[in-house]
Ligand binder design. Structure first.
Ligand code: APR
Length: 267
């Protein structure tokens, strides 16, 4: 068996032996759904500047707001579909082993793949809703996108006239407190923390693997490239999530099947 095969088996054994797994995802879990990540070549930061996503610039610059409203179409959030990596995470939930999916993504693909929404913790909000920055009224993305497509480049709140903003967390904004607290609690209580598709460079989200490790969990990182926290990992697999994750799940299912068979023969 080659090294890749041994890594898959080792990852499967860790998942098979764990009961309270937290899966932590970044943009890399959605690239095989056609949504670019941020820091890889051709990623979002090669098309948009991070400064475009600061709350200060968004509120002060109508030009920036007009550009941001093209984002949903530019990165095809609405046309994207969950990929094999998202479905593999749903399989972990079906095994009864998933404590939470903590995601930095705003694409709603974990929920669309079938993870229970109560298990998905969106640290950076989502692009399914739009919020008024003055009265906090909520609108659906589709409602506002129709207005943008009809020519309203910088749509305002119909209730108070305030500036509308996608309900994702912009740089300079605090993370949603409830989401952060839940992510912290789940990370501290898990027995296995699996990072999939994140460079682990943006805080406070990237604190989560550290919380897990400092509370005794094993840390597994599955990523195409090196991450900022590979040195902390009990194991890491360099590869594409859509290819690696189904192989790991198949190996876990084999273990579960033979465990049942040996139990039945012992009766
Ligand atoms: N399989 C596995 N890993 C992948 C894949 C894939 N198919 N595609 C990309 N990757 C890896 C890349 O190598 C990269 O290390 O996923 C990682 C994505 O890293 P980033 O682009 O930095 O995205 P992320 O970690 O989610 O960024 C965190 O930064 O800009 C902010 O708010 C934004 O939530 C985002 C946060």
């Amino acid at each position: 068996m080659d090294q890749a095969g041994r890594d898959i088996e080792r990852a499967a054994e860790l998942i098979f032996q764990s009961q309270r797994i937290v899966v932590f995802t970044g943009a890399g879990v959605s690239t095989e759904s056609g949504i670019p990540d941020f820091r890889s070549p051709g990623g979002i930061w090669t098309t948009f500047e991070p400064e475009d996503f600061t709350i200060q610039r968004f509120l002060s610059s109508p030009e920036t707001r007009i550009k941001i409203w093209t984002l949903g179409r530019a990165f095809k959030f609405q046309q994207a579909f969950p990929n094999a990596a998202h479905h593999a995470i749903v399989d972990i939930e079906k095994m009864g082993k998933l404590s939470a999916v903590i995601t930095q993504n705003i694409d709603n693909l974990h929920q669309r793949a079938g993870n229970r929404p109560t298990l998905v913790v969106e640290l950076h909000g989502n692009m399914q809703e739009v919020v008024c920055t003055s009265c906090r009224a909520l609108w659906s993305w589709e409602q506002v996108e129709q207005r943008v497509l009809a020519g309203e480049g910088d749509p305002r709140c119909k209730q108070c006239g305030g500036i509308l903003k996608p309900n994702a967390v912009f740089f300079g904004e605090p993370l949603p407190v409830h989401a952060f607290m839940k992510a912290h609690e789940k990370s501290c209580r898990c027995d296995l923390f699996v990072v999939i598709g994140s460079s682990l460079v943006v805080y406070p989200a990237a604190e989560m693997p550290r919380y897990a490790k400092s509370n005794g969990a094993k840390l597994m990182i599955i990523n195409l490239s090196d991450t900022d926290q590979d040195y902390l990992a009990d194991m890491s697999i360099k590869g594409s999530a859509g290819e690696v994750m189904p192989r790991i799940i198949n190996a876990v299912e084999k273990r579960m099947k033979s465990a049942v068979e040996s139990h039945l023969t012992s009766l």
